[in-house]
Design a protein around this ligand. Sequence first.
Ligand code: PLP
Length: 374
Amino acid sequence: MQRSLARLGDPLDTIATPALVIDLDAMECNLGAMAVFARSHNVRLRPHAKMHKSAAIAKAQIAAGAVGVCVQKLSEAEVLADAGIADIFISNEVIDAAKLTRVAALAGRITLAIAVDSILGVDRLAEACKAVGGAPNVFVEIDVGQGRCGVSPAAAGALAHHVVSRGLRFAGLQAYQGGAQHLRGAAEREAAARSVATLVREAQKSITSAGIACPLVTGGGTGTFVFEATSGVCGELQVGSYLFMDCEYADIEPAEQAPRFEHALFVKSQVMSRSASHVVVDAGLKAYAIDSGLPRVRGRELEMVNYGDEHGILKPSGSGSAADLPLLGETVWLVPGHCDPTVNLHDVYVAVRGGLERGVVEALWPVDTRGCLI
Ligand SMILES: Cc1ncc(COP(=O)(O)O)c(C=O)c1O
């Protein structure tokens, strides 16, 4: 664990850099707005903890009305369960028999659910549950256009039937369309969500034809949750990124009915070198992910033009000039392009209250499931 990153109660200019900083006021606005949205649309909220990887944040989401959280990986579920999260959905497939034994054991301790998309996966899960005693709720995942995991909607009934015939509890459908989340236009995303709803209805029909009830459809992300919530088929939202809002999501046209979310996650960096044409900050590839573009600079006419492992090179942007370059030692707040993989690069969140001009450090939260890949 890193020493001396930040101390509780200290002003934010004392936070050592680079640091992963949460603007708590902004995060709580986002958290509250989504909770109100879900409540007012009569859908359950199960935010995705793959994004923030934090038990403290999961608890805050649950305190605001979420029924539990999603994770993608068994090890994330185990760590969050140990930290006191009692209702977790592994919204992903697990096929390894040894891991499924752990899934069954975890299901004996908390309310657990898991997604499946194969006969083999169901069989192995059923065998693990028989051996261990615990059993998770099982969601059949359908491919609703992303071309990732999931069976075809027409095949959902047969797989649900197999789940039930192996003595497992069929909980419903997992229908997440990751490919639709970042489509720029709101109308494009709405059309994609409409197509998801059509495929879900087809899957529900195939389940009913197999003589099985479909209790719940879970899905949706920050780009499409408005449309899922009003689709008439989706009963639970799995939104993740709304809480921190990265650049990738800031660039899409918001849906009219969506709450406005603010950036709440930043990498605090410091100018460590300055020339006539550019400055270099002390945060590079090891401090932020660049799969969705380089970080942007908050509140200044600067853009990142290049990077190294430990360096970020900034030049004036737009109407900015070299005279606007920050001074040696000045703080520069970076907004990550993609929050999930950025978070996974850090051990600790520094949570700041009172904004990024005059705030103080209110909490230090471990990134509990950092590196939980199995
Ligand atoms: C299955 C699943 N559900 C929900 C989400 C949350 O999406 P977002 O962070 O875009 O809100 C993801 C993100 O990748 C996901 O894979």
